[in-house]
Design a protein around this ligand. Structure first.
Ligand SMILES: *Cc1c(COP(=O)(O)O)cnc(C)c1O
Length: 241
């Protein structure tokens, strides 16, 4: 795999073109979908190539890896932004809020409490997305919309002054069944509409719909994604050694 030549600049161009085509096809405004480059397992040198080609938004799954790589990358180019997108253990929250500007993989209320506590300690505001479990095969995310609405009640009560609830995230099931994938994205969109309707004072804040990866981002855009998380199609296969 490592002997296959990966042209990151060319891959980025291709993905952006495909995002643009999907926006047009689904009647969305050109440029309304953000591209996140998921750089987990890829070395700093490759990420710098993406940065040099105008890619500034990145996603990492593991906090330790993110800290090791992005301390250097923030210095390399201050325009770099990082979101944490992987399941987050409680003992990693402290470093996660330090290194990132958004935690997309918020899947339980205790995590929100911990994010608030750790942000307060360093006087930082951070964005979060609520990850919703929308497909049988994926295991992460809040199991129900009710749990997310319970957290939103806490926002109404001003319990989380250092957190901005910025939207929703999901992972579609790993399947070739495009209908199941689409169903998962529709579930997230409808969930977001429901929460925004029930918490109108947060409707504007809850604007992000993070859905779509290398294999399914066009379907996600058709279903309203505002941010696609693309790894393999930019950096190539990951080497999990
Ligand atoms: C790895 C990962 C991605 C990117 O997946 P690709 O199929 O490589 O594009 C997106 N989102 C999350 C949460 C991931 O863990």
């Amino acid at each position: 795999m490592s002997d296959k030549k990966i042209d990151i600049a060319e891959n980025l161009e291709n993905i952006k073109k495909r995002i643009n085509d999907a926006e047009i096809k689904s009647g969305r405004k050109a440029g309304s979908v953000k591209l996140m480059a998921v750089s987990k397992f890829h070395p700093v040198e490759q990420i710098k190539q993406a940065v040099d080609n105008g890619q500034f938004l990145f996603g990492e799954n593991r906090v330790k890896e993110a800290c090791e790589k992005f301390t250097e990358l923030y210095e390399y180019n201050p325009q770099v932004h990082l979101h944490i997108i992987g399941q987050l253990q409680s003992n990693k929250v402290k470093n996660a809020v330090k290194i990132s500007e958004c935690i997309q993989s918020v899947d339980r209320i205790e995590l929100v409490d911990l994010i608030e506590k750790n942000c307060a300690a360093i006087n930082k505001q951070i964005k979060i997305l609520f990850e919703l479990h929308t497909g049988e095969e994926s295991k992460s995310g809040f199991a129900s919309l009710e749990e997310i609405e319970n957290v939103m009640e806490m926002f109404v009560e001003k319990k989380y002054p250092h957190i901005i609830p910025a939207g929703f995230m999901t992972m579609a099931p790993f399947t070739d069944d495009k209908n199941l994938v689409r169903k998962s994205f529709i579930t997230l969109r409808e969930a977001s509409l429901k929460v925004k309707k029930d918490f109108p004072e947060y409707a504007q804040s809850l604007s992000e719909l993070s859905m779509g990866m290398s294999g399914d981002f066009e379907i996600a855009i058709e279903e309203g994604s505002t941010l696609v998380r693309v790894g393999t199609a930019i950096f190539g296969e990951r080497d999990y050694q």
